[in-house]
Design a protein. Structure first.
Lengths: 365, 127
């Protein structure tokens, strides 16, 4: 399979980025060092090319209704320029993807009213899903996969506004979390959203594919790759598609994954009835944080046991936290057997390392 | 990008270096290897007195993104372990041929050294 190239591929090559295959895209994993990039975002500001993320727009009289019925959160409640985090579930309430749904602001350049951002490599499948249900329900909506029409740049960190403000006419201070605005960024018509995946604050910029380099070079600061994006999101306990949930390899409900807050049971959506039962009974397993007490790096697939070696679960994601300086991990653990503050072991190359169950985020913020 | 390949060392294809003086040898990983790995965050090494065998794994170096075995360029008995890299794994990134060394061994015999790559051969390999 040929990997897709982001619109900034040439700029990344020139900057000496190391590349990796992610969701069918060849993306920068590291520009300088994961630690340097991670620290830039926590302490100041960094920019990420996230053009591998999907963009699907929905237009027409039933655009909101269709989208509302296919995601767990309350889309009908969104005013123009608002957005929300949501899961996309199947009839059993199993997560197929997580996404942000935007009700688009004034000035959006086409007729669409809603935009949602599926994870890398899921855009075609989700476009099909929306189209299929539209037909099944007889709704009047146009679903368009625009993943290769838009570039996406995430600017993250406490000093983000210092970098972005001089390049835009948008009043950034006015923008609330999950709010969006159409604005001029370095002469390019751009959707600015106060969203992100790092816990460090900041904005995500959506601009036409062909203008990616203009926007990218205008917001000049530490370029960051997917390596730092992963350590940053993991410190916050944010989910990664394919690791914390995957319909085939890790079928999980939003309640197990700890995103029950994004499930609006008072709305109608595919998977709602199953999730109502989960909500009433509580999930048998929950995604927990694990902090290593012993030195070591927990990684995907490592087993988690009780101190006497009884299996409890498996690490879905793990790393050495650059901010905290110790190993952190996520794992689904049985609710009736283990909870926050309990001691467990993570088996690293057959050696049980002492660890403690904790709540996420790992960082106090 | 080009990486330093000191003249006075011998190399393994798997990117370890060895500096032989008399019957002892110091072992580490190359500048190229540390760059490939990225930020080193954990190092697992044998204890003094352990035997290592040429071509066999003697420890593990972990970066944020990868776990990598390290292989012994020579056979012998471990006489010193660099405790500094256990506490400060980033020394492997900062100074791979100096403070970031891993272990010292007393050589079983000097044979096998000729099988290692010369600096020129290693340079060709990573070019």
């Amino acid at each position: 399979m040929t990997l897709k190239q982001p619109p900034l591929a040439a700029a990344h090559a020139e900057r000496g980025a190391k590349l990796t295959d992610f969701g069918g895209w060849e993306m920068p994993v590291e520009f300088d060092s994961i630690r340097v990039e991670h620290e830039a975002v926590r302490e100041s500001v960094g920019r990420f090319d996230v053009s591998h993320m999907g963009q699907v727009t929905v237009a027409g009289p039933d655009a909101g209704r269709l989208t509302d019925r296919l995601v767990t959160n309350d889309v009908a409640e969104l005013d123009p320029s608002e957005s929300c985090y949501a899961a996309i579930t199947d009839d059993d309430g199993v997560m197929l993807d997580d996404t942000i749904v935007y009700r688009l602001p004034d000035g959006w350049p086409n007729e669409a009213e809603y935009l949602f951002v599926p994870n890398a490599g899921h855009d075609a499948e989700m476009t099909d899903r929306w189209t299929r249900y539209r037909d099944e329900w007889g709704l009047d909506a146009t679903v368009t996969n625009r993943t290769e029409s838009f570039a996406m740049v995430a600017l993250q960190g406490p000093d983000t506004s210092d970098v972005l403000a001089p390049e835009t006419d948008a009043d950034l201070a006015e923008l609330a979390r999950y709010e969006t605005v159409m604005a001029d960024v370095a002469g390019v018509e751009t959707l600015i959203a106060r969203t992100g995946y790092t816990g460090a604050g900041g904005f995500e910029l959506l601009c036409p594919w062909d203008d990616a380099e203009t926007v990218w070079s205008a917001v000049d600061c530490q370029p960051c790759g997917l390596g730092a994006r992963d350590t940053l999101r993991l410190e916050m306990g944010f989910l990664l598609s394919g690791q914390e949930f995957d319909p085939d390899d890790e079928p999980r409900t939003p309640h197990e994954a700890g995103i029950g807050f994004a499930v609006a049971l008072d709305t109608e959506f595919v998977g709602r009835d199953a999730l109502e039962r989960v909500d009433a009974e509580g999930p048998d397993e929950k995604l927990r944080g694990i902090e290593l007490i012993d030195r070591g790096v927990p990684r995907h697939g490592y087993s988690v046991t009780t101190p006497d070696g009884t299996p409890l679960g498996t690490v879905t994601s793990g790393t050495m936290s650059p901010t905290l300086g110790y190993g952190i991990a996520l794992a689904y653990l049985p609710v009736d057997r283990v909870g926050p503050d309990d001691l467990v072991r993570v088996r690293v190359r057959d050696e049980p390392k002492k660890a403690r169950v904790t709540t996420t985020p790992f960082l106090d913020r | 990008m080009s990486f330093t390949v000191p003249d006075d060392l011998r190399y393994l294809e798997s990117h370890e270096w060895v500096r032989v003086s008399d019957d002892s040898a110091r072992i580490g990983i190359s500048a190229f290897a540390q760059d490939e790995l990225g930020d080193v965050v954990f190092v697992e090494l044998p204890a003094e007195g352990d035997a290592v065998a040429a071509g066999d794994s003697f420890g593990v170096v972990e970066s944020i993104k990868a776990v990598s075995d390290v292989y012994a360029p020579v056979s012998g008995t471990v006489t010193a372990v660099n405790e500094s890299v256990t506490d400060r794994p980033e020394l492997l990134n900062d100074d791979p041929y100096g403070d970031g060394w891993l272990i010292e061994v007393e050589l079983d015999n000097a044979s096998g050294l000729d099988d290692l790559l010369s600096p020129e051969e290693y340079e060709d390999q990573i070019a």
